[in-house]
Design a protein around this ligand. Structure first.
Ligand SMILES: Cc1cc2nc3c(=O)[nH]c(=O)nc-3n(C[C@H](O)[C@H](O)[C@H](O)COP(=O)(O)OP(=O)(O)OC[C@H]3O[C@@H](n4cnc5c(N)ncnc54)[C@H](O)[C@@H]3O)c2cc1C
Length: 498
């Protein structure tokens, strides 16, 4: 190993850890990824049972250019590892047994739908999208790839002007109502905000950039499921020399003279020059002695977490015609459900829910003539989770689903597994059982997010959905890239001193 090559540990193998490991290995460092679970991929693991292949976590492939940029930096393309299908319809939104929006892939047809729904709907959407596109471009050009270590990174006068344009100080809830009156169009435009782990009332108008991605860039499916992206990233990392050590949880990060010098795992102790935590931030901090932590338990308690969720992975031994690939059930109030997540956290009275049926696109994920269903209900992080509660909600969701689809489903289920708060905690060391990290509220954006550097231990870094830029697969890729650059900077500085 030359002086410049360092021995680097990455804790956790989610998208952020995988991305970071590859960038570091490309710089010539020796990189080892430690993963507590037997599978790589973090929240994007796969469950294979009775001929069904369930993606356990993410299912919406948005912002395709972030994936292209990621692989492009290694002179690769996503298609070197997986193929994409554009979904058409992109998704369906059900408002009642008879009312639904089938959102077409064609942008022209989306404009037609808006015109049918509201007077001058297409014109209003054009105006909305023009702003959303500007926000998307400005964010990607000037903000999203910043390490956000200090407000000074954002202090150029042009950024202040842009902050106004970006609608940072206005809520999404207000922003959308400036354009549309139709309750159904508002719901359609508000739904992507749920991906940011917040409610339209606490997320800045900036995030209409998500609508731009959802409606203009399209909704895609990686053939074979999200696990194919994980395999692609793992195989790229392996080509670059990254070593993976699975089923090896890290128990302690040892600090000597204010430097992380070693990690202790279930199988041994290893010395490293740099340590990156891509495991849930709050948990990663517990691997350190208290004196070296960035934040106190009080800090974490005050943070607004994205929701957790109750999920059912279901195998159904018949075809259900009324399902599309992505199905959103908005037959109850989004505001009420959001309040039950953020304002008065409790198991929801009238939940909204989502059903993914990838067998509509991909025959490989279910036995012939069967459907693969992933039913998800958002839920506040930190609540009680019992078998009895899960079963009660299974009954409630199935009753609604059978009514809304007009199909008998329960009697055709031949595989069922539930997944909820306790599983997120046990499987990913997730704080309060959160599913997607911190909510992207204004007070938890950019330099106000947990820092990607440890302020007391200079060779210790954090990446992933709890730090910048935020929750979601594309942000996790970006986070891994940002932290690898920060490590490069640190090493250049450190190298020049010895
Ligand atoms: C149900 C669900 C649906 C989602 N849907 C979408 C979607 O459709 N589209 C989208 O873009 N995003 C979606 N997301 C969000 C997205 O999946 C996450 O934001 C992203 O995968 C987070 O990646 P990460 O690298 O930050 O963390 P993680 O994926 O959580 O990876 C962290 C890893 O660290 C490991 N770890 C923890 N502690 C230790 C330890 N002590 N030692 C070793 N390893 C440890 C964990 O096992 C895990 O593998 C969804 C998430 C969930 C849960």
């Amino acid at each position: 190993m030359t002086q410049k090559q360092k021995n680097i540990a990455v804790i956790g193998s989610g998208f952020s850890g995988l991305a970071c490991a590859s960038f570091l290995a490309r710089e010539g460092h020796t990189v080892t990824v430690f993963e507590k679970n037997s599978q790589i991929g973090g929240r994007a693991r796969v469950l294979r049972e009775k001929g069904y292949v369930f993606d356990m976590g993410p299912s919406w492939y948005w912002m395709p250019e972030v994936f292209e940029r990621y692989f492009g930096q290694f002179n690769k393309k996503p298609s070197d590892y997986y193929l994409l299908t554009q979904l058409d319809p992109a998704f369906t939104m059900k408002f009642s047994e008879k009312e639904e929006f089938l959102i077409p892939a064609s942008v022209r047809e989306i404009y037609e739908l808006f015109d049918r729904e509201e007077e001058n709907g297409a014109e209003k959407l054009k105006k909305f999208m023009k702003e959303a596109e500007t926000k998307y471009e400005l964010s990607f050009k000037n903000f999203i790839y910043k390490p956000s270590l200090s407000i000074l990174e954002f202090s150029k006068p042009k950024y202040f002007q842009q902050a106004i344009k970006l609608d940072l100080f206005n809520t999404f809830h207000k922003h959308i109502r400036k354009f549309f009156k139709s309750k159904r169009l508002i719901q359609l435009m508000e739904f992507p905000i749920l991906f940011l782990g917040g409610s339209p009332k606490n997320i800045p108008g900036l995030y209409s950039l998500m609508n731009f991605s959802a409606l203009h860039q399209g909704t895609w499916y990686p053939n074979g499921g999200f696990t194919k992206i994980v395999y692609g990233m793992q195989s790229l990392a392996t080509e670059l020399g990254v070593e993976f050590r699975v089923e090896e949880p890290v128990h302690k990060i040892q600090v000597t003279n204010r430097k992380a010098t070693a990690i202790h795992t279930s199988k041994g102790e290893y010395s490293f020059d740099v340590v990156v935590c891509s495991s849930d931030y709050a948990h990663s901090e517990t691997l350190l002695d208290e004196a070296y932590r960035n934040y106190s338990p009080k800090y974490w308690d005050k943070k607004v977490f994205s929701p957790s969720c109750l999920i059912f992975y279901l195998g159904v031994n018949k075809t259900i015609n009324s399902f599309q690939h992505h199905n959103l059930y908005f037959d109850e109030s989004l505001d009420l459900h959001s309040d039950e997540i953020y304002k008065h956290p409790k198991w929801p009275g009238k939940p909204l829910f989502y059903v993914c049926c990838p067998s509509k696109t991909d025959p490989g994920v279910a036995p012939k003539g069967h459907e693969n269903l992933f039913v998800l209900m958002p839920l506040a992080a930190g609540l009680e989770d019992t078998e009895e509660l899960r079963e009660r909600y299974f009954g409630l969701l199935m009753e609604r689903l059978e009514k809304l689809t007009g199909e008998e489903i329960r009697s055709h289920i031949d595989y069922k597994k539930s997944y909820c708060l306790n599983d997120f905690k046990a499987d990913y060391n997730s704080f309060k059982g959160n599913a997607y990290g911190l909510a992207n509220t204004l007070s938890q954006t950019a330099f106000l997010k947990p820092s990607l550097v440890n302020k007391k231990v200079k060779n210790l870094f954090y990446t992933g959905q709890l730090t910048v830029p935020g929750p979601g697969v594309p942000p996790a890729l970006i986070s891994g890239e940002i932290v690898s650059k920060q490590i490069k900077k640190y090493l250049n500085k450190y190298e020049s001193k010895i």
